[in-house]
Write a protein that binds this ligand. Structure first.
Ligand code: ADP
Length: 668
């Protein structure tokens, strides 16, 4: 069998002149970086090497029985010889080598200094002479003859590049560049060599690692799973050349864990590990998983699921929650247009399909509600919202969206709608009843008031007993009070049911104002209350378009409240001025005022301040509410200001010409 020489030399190279071929066959020459420059045929045979590639590392082809005594710790920690001053870590002398058949052989190693460099010369123990016994000029001559003709490194590398081979230097460079962790272990798992990436990933110093075993850098929680895998390789149980893959966490120097995908293989007496750092990917996967779980939980809380239908595909992708909403089993139900269609209530199917088709054609978003049948025969209401996904040409490639179970919301809304309708009907019935009743009461009341007035005036003859005159006066006043109340109720009912119609006419604003003040003056005088009117010049004889009776009612209500809630000697200011194409009216008193907590509600019907201040004042609680409504019916605005024990001011703004709201905007 042909012996493949290392480098470009063979043991029978004619250049080895002084040394016999048989001597050379028993020698090997190793350079300062630990690369075998030459290996004699006999040594190659002994080591069972068929070929030794160029730049082969001594430590790769020779298995020293006691490796630790051959090279120092630092030397053991580093791969190859390319970057290291191997010779300085090498111990010369006789070293036993374990052969592949288990036998041992001893070789003598000497370090020889030549003019340019140091070399290690290895000689088989049975050689006639040890290199150290050979005169140094002879061995140096052998070295110079054995060295390649042109030892220029670049030339050598170029030639290898030409041949398309990787040199040991190339491999070292690759290893240093690699993003993969590379570890070489002895056959029993002790860390021998490792690359830069290994150090940077783990954070250990070289010196720490050489004292460790592979299992030491595996995180405790993964040791039990990793040990059998590694042992399988160590014990040779794995198939020859089989690369075993596994994932495990590495324990870094700072206690951190890093997820590594390992590839492990045994070559000769060494175990090789190549690891890919998956920590970032694992972290992302974990994050994604957590987010998916959260999304799923959120969807479950919101009773909502998402779906995607890629056009051309039969299956529609559903999130877990959709299976729950539709009440189908994830393992036994394949969501397709047909299968989903079978669950949709028949009457909703056609319309829903149409909406989907239209969305696809017009590429627009859509939202629709439909019902599905559930196992217990009840219907569920679903809301489906969808979006179109388009490619760069604008063609729809998929539609996707969400579906939400809105059954509860639907039932709630229906209930609310029903309750609102019922309340509105009841309110309308009440208003109708009040309107009817007030109307019916007015007729007899008018009779009571009319006849009592006649008796009071004794139109048909004198009353015998004086006392009766007092009684009849009481009957008349009570009747008038009742009539006021009923008129108020009737007005309020009409306003609330939208049936109050303004009787519009053109008149001078100051006329009803004067009448109202005049009518209240009598009552005011009883309590020595003064009413001051301040009417701006421009408003005198200013004509407005409004409901005269309503304007009168507004002024009477405000003035009667001002008189009612002012104490003895009170002063009431009525100011009217023109502003913004309308009239600003201010009615201010210095009476008992309204507590702040009542100001918000006092404008609502039947609201009264019931306390020691207002106690004893008669009234229905409708005056202010009616006043506000009448002002607003005229397109105006009412605002109330009050301070307890200081007084109350009512501000009103009325347009010169009433702006009537269309009928349907009035209150229902
Ligand atoms: P009524 O006067 O018939 O009770 P209103 O709607 O006119 O009904 O007034 C409601 C309540 O607002 C009154 O009962 C009173 O408590 C309070 N109020 C109205 N005007 C005044 C005012 N000028 N000063 C103090 N309190 C007032």
């Amino acid at each position: 069998m042909a012996q493949t020489p290392i480098l470009r030399r063979t043991s029978d190279d004619s250049q080895i002149a002084q040394t016999t071929a048989s001597q050379s066959a028993k020698r090997m020459l190793v350079d300062a970086q630990g690369r075998v420059v030459f290996m004699g045929n006999e040594i190659q045979n002994l080591l069972g090497l068929k070929s030794v590639g160029a730049d082969t590392d001594l430590m790769d082809v020779v298995e020293f029985t006691d490796r630790d005594s051959v090279i120092s710790d630092r030397g053991q920690a580093l791969f190859g010889g390319g970057n290291t001053d191997f010779v300085s870590m090498f111990t010369s002398g006789s070293h036993e080598i374990t052969l592949t058949n288990g036998k041992t052989v001893t070789l003598d190693f000497d370090i020889i200094q030549t003019q340019n460099a140091e070399f290690i010369v290895g000689v088989m123990n049975d050689a006639e002479e040890r290199s150290s016994n050979v005169p140094s000029e002879d061995i140096q001559g052998w070295i110079s003859q054995t060295l390649p003709v042109n030892e220029d490194v670049n030339d050598t590398e170029d030639e290898h590049e030409d041949l398309g081979e990787f040199t040991q230097r190339d491999i070292s460079n690759f290893m240093e560049m690699s993003e993969e962790i590379m570890i070489k272990c002895s056959k029993n798992g002790s860390l021998r060599n490792f690359n830069k990436k290994c150090l940077s990933t783990l954070g250990f110093e070289e010196s720490d690692l050489v004292a460790m075993e592979f299992m030491d850098i595996i995180a405790p929680e993964d040791k039990s799973t990793v040990r059998p895998i590694v042992m399988q390789i160590i014990n040779g149980e794995a198939e020859k050349h089989q690369i075993v893959h596994f994932e495990a966490r590495m324990l870094c120097e700072n206690g951190e864990r890093r997820w590594i995908h390992w590839q492990q293989r045994k070559f000769g007496h060494a175990l090789y590990f190549v690891g890919q750092d998956l920590t970032q990917i694992k972290y992302q996967q974990l994050k994604l998983k957590r987010q998916q779980e959260q999304l799923s939980k959120a969807q479950s809380i919101g009773r909502m699921g998402h779906w995607t239908w890629a056009l051309g595909r039969e299956e529609i992708e559903w999130s877990d929650e959709l299976y729950r909403i539709f009440g189908v089993d994830q393992d036994n139900f394949l969501p397709t247009i047909d299968s989903i269609g079978k669950l949709v209530v028949r009457r909703d199917l056609g319309r829903t399909m149409q909406i989907f088709q239209r969305a696809m054609m017009s590429k627009c978003n859509f939202e629709t509600d439909f019902r599905i049948k559930t196992e217990n025969g009840k219907e569920k209401h679903l809301r489906c919202e969808g979006r179109c996904q388009t490619d760069e040409d604008g063609d729809v490639t998929a539609i996707f969206g969400i579906m939400r179970d809105i059954t509860e919301q639907f039932e709630h809304e229906t209930e609310l709608h029903r309750a609102k309708e019922a309340a509105e009907n009841a309110y309308a019935a009440k208003s109708q009843f009040l309107a009817n009743m007030s109307h019916e009461l007015r007729t007899p009341l008018n009779a009571i008031i009319g006849f009592s007035e006649m008796i009071q005036r004794q139109l048909l003859g004198p009353i015998g007993t004086e006392q009766y005159l007092d009684y009849i006066n009481g009957i008349r006043e009570s009747g008038e009070h009742l009539l006021d109340l009923i008129t108020d109720i009737l007005d309020m009912s009409k306003i609330e049911s939208g049936k109050y119609e303004l009787d519009l006419e053109k008149f001078e604003f100051n006329k009803p104002l004067d009448v109202a003040i005049h009518m209240m003056e009598g009552r005011a005088l009883d309590q020595n209350i003064k009413i001051n009117l301040n009417l701006s010049e421009s408003l005198k004889e200013r004509k407005i378009v409004a409901d005269r009776r309503a304007i009168m009612q507004i002024m009477l209500n405000l003035l009667s409240n001002a008189v009612k809630f002012s104490g003895e000697n009170g002063i009431i200011e009525v100011c009217c001025e023109e502003r913004d194409n309308g009239i600003f009216i201010k009615v201010a008193d210095n009476g008992i005022g309204i507590p702040p907590n009542k100001l918000q509600t006092i404008l609502k019907p039947f609201e009264q301040v019931s306390n020691q201040y207002s106690r004893g004042h008669e009234g229905s609680g409708l005056g202010l509410a009616i006043t506000k409504e009448l002002v607003e019916l005229h397109g105006g605005h009412l605002h109330l200001e009050s301070e307890l024990n200081v007084g109350t001011t009512v501000h009103i703004r009325l347009p010169f010409e009433v702006i009537q709201r269309p009928k349907d905007q009035t209150r229902h």
